[in-house]
Design a protein around this ligand. Structure first.
Ligand SMILES: Cc1cc2nc3c(=O)[nH]c(=O)nc-3n(C[C@H](O)[C@H](O)[C@H](O)COP(=O)(O)OP(=O)(O)OC[C@H]3O[C@@H](n4cnc5c(N)ncnc54)[C@H](O)[C@@H]3O)c2cc1C
Length: 530
């Protein structure tokens, strides 16, 4: 039987944080924001949320694969951002899809798209529903909307052991890919944070950023070819290790966010499972010293698999909030050779910037112990805290961007100040803002900001949430960054993306959409307007 996901928050319905996890977190939050206790709201039950009646009649030929029941429509109404969970806690879902289709083949998808065309419905491709940018959320402007879930198209179809690649269906979740590869020497290793509940098709459609902090940062680097069903027909690109034949058709679909068609399959590049690992964590007196070391490591051509620079108070338990230290979680991995020389050189670079390596991190399993292990556990469990923050009236969210090194320090300082000032202005109290580098390049880092605060109980919580997040995101674009490094554009980032991308490019994209989707039925409002 299919494991039921929580309709209102991250994760599965049968899992939650333990009291041992909640208690110290609650105490830390209370201390951080000067609170004496919490009024904890209960999570919503599905029957507490009223949905508008479905506006479509499903034809008998499609009834086996299209559902209109309450829970299915509710589950497919929002993604998994903090503001989605908050709206679920407010029991507010004004624009659910009218129906959700579960095709099992490309022929099924064609039938569903034909039906949408006949009844004038908009179609929203849906993978794992982990979007944090309103990518799968129906707009109030749609007369009818059918969400198309790829969840039954979930197989690894073929493995090419010579070229190290696999043909995989778009609706497969991350863990199922690695399960299918278990008896092979290969791994895909695209361990992004939502890996458990997101799909290959979703990763490609959103240009997801994964496990590797350098070199193969985005899904782009894994995709060898794609197969896409569009309203105008199906197309498949040629499997090639590289090609200079004009603009790449794969690149057009990577990041297309469901506006051109449904990615049903892709050939993706695999790697041999790593058998050699070297891990370390290095402490710096402050974030800027760590940033200088990270820049030198990437520019030395060392390319570690993991190179995440974090504020120590965010990464490690028990660090006081006024501590300015930073910690670098560093790892090299290879299926072929020992990595001591790489690690030795990286640590020399760190030492030159005052970095002190943690001595407990000198064994093969260091990535699971010490500072690296503490951060790894936090990274895996962090998404579960979102609903508990909402239940306690705590504002908490993230935004991410990138910047070239020569402007990084100034940019980070400005954005941090804007975020702090905005939280204070909106909620009336001091908040917290931290920054980490999740992916790093020779010419600059991805800056990933996490902010927190306490909602003003006298004001609308959703309005406060959106004002803080929008002001911070707008600031990243205004000061020269990107509206998103790997969270996609969706409907939430659209106004900021509009300011960032050249208008002539928007016209070219609109032209491509008109050719593939002449009636504008695929996920309108995302990326461009028709
Ligand atoms: C806790 C958490 C952590 C996250 N961490 C990361 C992270 O580390 N890195 C990262 O990149 N993102 C992260 N995200 C964001 C999100 O997981 C990614 O955007 C992910 O790639 C979405 O995949 P999905 O299958 O859930 O797609 P969905 O959320 O279902 O859809 C996302 C978009 O892709 C389109 N789409 C989905 N499937 C297809 C398809 N087969 N064909 C065409 N279009 C399609 C949808 O229409 C929508 O526009 C995180 C989200 C959460 C909630």
């Amino acid at each position: 039987m299919r494991r039921q996901k929580k309709f209102y928050a991250w994760g599965y319905a049968d899992e939650d944080l333990t009291p041992e996890e909640i208690r110290p977190w609650e105490a830390e939050i209370a201390q951080r924001y000067g609170l004496s206790g919490f009024d904890v709201k209960a999570p919503p039950r599905a029957d507490e949320i009223v949905l508008r009646k479905s506006r479509v009649d499903v034809p008998s030929a499609l009834q086996a694969m299209v559902r209109t029941d309450h829970l299915t429509r509710l589950e497919h109404s929002y993604g998994k951002a903090g503001f989605d969970t908050l709206r679920m806690f407010m029991r507010s879902v004004p624009n659910p899809p009218d129906a959700v289709a579960f095709p099992e083949s490309e022929e099924d998808i064609v039938k569903v798209l034909d039906w949408c065309d006949r009844i004038g419905a908009k179609a929203i491709p849906y993978g794992g529903g982990s979007s944090v940018v309103k990518g799968i959320e129906p707009s109030a402007a749609f007369d009818k909307v059918v969400t198309i879930s790829t969840r039954h198209m979930d197989k690894v179809l073929e493995v090419d052991p010579v070229s190290h690649a696999a043909r995989i269906q778009g609706g497969i979740y991350g863990p199922a890919i690695e399960d299918a590869l278990r008896n092979t020497p290969f791994t895909m290793r695209h361990y992004m944070q939502a890996y458990r509940c997101s799909t290959l098709g979703g990763w490609i459609a959103t240009r997801s950023g994964g496990h590797y902090a350098t070199l193969y940062t985005h899904i782009d680097d894994f995709v060898e070819s794609t197969r896409v069903v569009t309203p105008e027909g199906t197309l498949e690109t040629r499997r090639l290790p590289g090609s200079g034949a004009g603009p790449s058709p794969d690149r057009m679909f990577i990041g297309s966010e469901g506006i051109l068609g449904i990615i049903t399959e892709a050939w993706v590049r695999l790697r041999k499972k790593p058998t050699f690992r070297a891990s370390a964590s290095v402490r710096f007196r402050d974030f800027h010293a760590g940033a200088d070391a990270v820049r030198d490591i990437t520019q030395a051509g060392l390319y570690p698999a993991n190179c995440r620079l974090l504020e120590a108070r965010e990464a490690l338990p028990g660090i006081p909030w006024d501590n300015e230290e930073a910690v670098l979680v560093l790892a090299f991995e290879s299926p072929d050779h020992p990595l001591d020389a790489w690690m030795k050189r990286a640590l020399e670079i760190c030492a030159a910037h005052g970095g002190v390596a943690d001595e407990s991190d000198d064994d093969e399993n260091a990535h699971r112990s010490g500072a690296a292990g503490a951060w790894r556990n936090k990274f895996i469990r962090a998404p579960h805290y979102g609903e508990h923050a909402v239940a306690r009236g705590i504002l908490s969210s993230t935004f991410e961007t990138s910047m070239t090194w020569e402007r990084t320090r100034d940019f980070q300082t400005k954005i941090t100040k804007i975020a702090r000032d905005t939280i204070k202005a909106v909620t009336g109290r001091e908040g917290t803002v931290t920054c980490r580098f999740t992916h790093v390049y020779p010419d600059g880092p991805c800056l990933y900001f996490t902010f927190g605060g306490v909602f003003d109980p006298k004001k609308d919580a959703l309005a406060q949430f959106m004002e803080v997040l929008s002001t911070c995101t707008a600031a990243t674009v205004e000061h020269g960054g990107t509206t998103t490094h790997h969270h996609a554009v969706g409907r939430f980032h659209r106004p900021f993306y509009d300011r960032q991308r050249p208008e002539l490019f928007a016209r070219a994209l609109r032209g491509a959409k008109r050719e593939l989707d002449p009636k504008g039925m695929m996920n309108p409002g995302v990326l461009i307007d028709p």
